[in-house]
Design a protein around this ligand. Sequence first.
Ligand SMILES: [Cu+2]
Length: 208
Amino acid sequence: MPPTHATTGTRRRSRTLLAVTVLTLLVLATACGGAAEETAATEDASPPGAAAVSEPASEPAAEADGTITGVDYAFEVGDVSAGDTVEFVNGSDAEAHEMVVMEVTDDSVTLQDIQELLAEDTEGPPPEFLEEAGFAFAMPGETAEQTVTFDAGRYLLLCFLPQNAPPDLVAQMMESTSSEEPDIPSEVEAELGPPHVAAGMVELIDVE
Ligand SMILES: [Cu+2]
């Protein structure tokens, strides 16, 4: 296959945005529910004595086995092995970042396939070979409250947040329930750029 996806992506940017927005809302709707459960589970799992002594409440991910860092605009992935609990750190000083984790259940699917898919005009649910596997969100310079535990497999990391989105607004969107349409002021909406995924925040990792 010729490596033409980058050119295609640029030419079709405006239409791509629409498709990605639809996918974003779908993913966010499911991911937010999962994130809430995950946070609750993490809190329940913490031994009350051990956590209280040396770890401030603001650093819940101190027990993580690995780190994935979101920067403008890429994921920097450290060593991640099967069974690891991974923290998500936002290394940007300006943009909020999310890490949507989806397991790629079809071994023949490549990162280029995914990028081409993201550039298509299709609407609807994510393809069957993607399974929701985790979610984390962090404000600029912060570590996400959520952690993601990886089993062996191939995982897609994605950030669908729009460029230039005020972090406070993004945080509000994250907190709103999935049935609510986020209310974005028109002057803010006019400034929004392409989603981070279109700028490079898409990564396929192999966890063994
Ligand atoms: Cu991002």
